[in-house]
Write a protein that binds this ligand. Structure first.
Ligand code: PEP
Ligand code: MG
Length: 325
């Protein structure tokens, strides 16, 4: 398997009848970049910038962030580099932000909700992103969106960041695309409304599954219920992709489901433009894409959509796509 992986690094992820899917990598910082390229990623679909904020005593400066974003953008070359604004809170607390302890941190003060209340955190990050965007194809992604008002507020901050950079005489890219994570049921259901303010969507199934099924993603006692193939989740994913395409924007996925070989045929059939995953998952997903025709993918999706139960879907996909060694 290892040798085959290395051989397919340079090949595109394209079905037997020519449908192309972009396979990108998820990273936590510049140090992950070389490994991502080794596995043949075509760009970065999720840079989790909160890792720059963790394991330290203070907010990383604009300059520190600029350097990190620039390095990653440069290594992506012509490919897109989707950088997500800080997603602290939930399972990733941060003592120096002095967020009060909450009874339900996953339903609380996290991610964009913090950024919109804390210009001292958000503005330096946006300034760093705008400046680094000169060096590559950076796109800005907002986490944990539930409504269009949040996107508009974030864009107002982006304009403020540009204004400050102009005053300071610092160079920046004026045309950076802005997209959102689709990781709440609210966003997935109203994707048609949100698409009007977005340049792209990326579906975060890790959170989307937990919020849709009301199953904590980190609680082992309920983990048998945590199933990304639940018909409710599949419908939300399909709805999101359709809304994106109806509005002429691309849709990707950066949750764990993107790297699950059992999901590949379904996601291709739904018209996913990009899949972003942990780098070692890329060769296997690529191998599956290259073996399938879009007709086979569509057949699999039709069969799955006729099923009523999450476990039934998973069992069916396991039988169909698990490789026997
Ligand atoms: C997700 O929710 O699917 C996602 C990619 O974000 P994170 O895992 O960082 O919450
Ligand atoms: Mg998430």
């Amino acid at each position: 398997q290892r040798r085959r992986d290395l051989e397919n690094v340079k090949l595109p992820a394209v079905t037997t009848d020519g449908v192309k899917v972009q396979l990108a990598a998820n990273i936590g910082g510049p140090a992950d970049m070389d490994n991502a390229l080794k596995f043949g990623c075509e760009g970065i679909g999720l840079f989790r910038t909160e890792f720059l904020f963790m394991g330290r005593e203070n907010i990383p400066t604009e300059e520190e962030q600029f350097n990190a974003y620039k390095q990653v953008a440069e290594k992506c070359g012509e490919h897109i580099c989707v950088i997500r604004t800080m997603d602290i809170g939930g399972d990733k607390p941060l003592p120096y932000l002095q967020v009060e302890e909450e009874e339900n941190p996953f339903l609380g003060y996290r991610a964009l909700r913090i950024s919109l209340q804390r210009p001292d955190v958000f503005i330096p990050q946006l300034k760093a992103l705008l400046r680094a965007a000169i060096y590559g194809q950076i796109a800005i992604m907002l986490p944990m969106v539930i409504g269009i008002g949040e996107i508009r507020k974030a864009k107002a901050f982006l304009e403020q960041a540009k204004e400050e950079l102009r005053k300071e005489g610092k160079e920046f890219a004026d045309n950076v695309p802005v997209g959102i994570m689709i990781e709440t049921p609210a966003a997935a259901v109203t994707a048609d409304l949100l698409a009007k303010e977005c340049d792209f969507f990326s579906i975060g199934t890790n959170d989307l599954v937990q919020y849709t099924l009301a199953v904590d993603r980190g609680n082992v006692q309920v983990s048998p219920l945590y199933n990304q193939f639940h018909p409710a989740v599949l419908k939300l994913i399909a709805n999101t992709i359709k809304a994106a395409h109806d509005h002429g924007i691309w849709a990707g996925m950066c949750g764990e489901m993107a790297g699950d070989p059992l999901a590949t045929a379904l996601l291709v059939a739904m018209g996913m433009d990009e899949l972003s995953m942990s780098a070692p998952a890329i060769p296997r997903v690529k191998e599956i894409v290259r073996k399938l025709s879009s007709e086979q993918c569509k057949q699999t999706l039709d069969e799955v959509l006729a099923m009523n139960d999450a476990d039934e879907v998973r069992d069916y996909l396991r039988k169909k796509f698990t490789v026997k060694h």
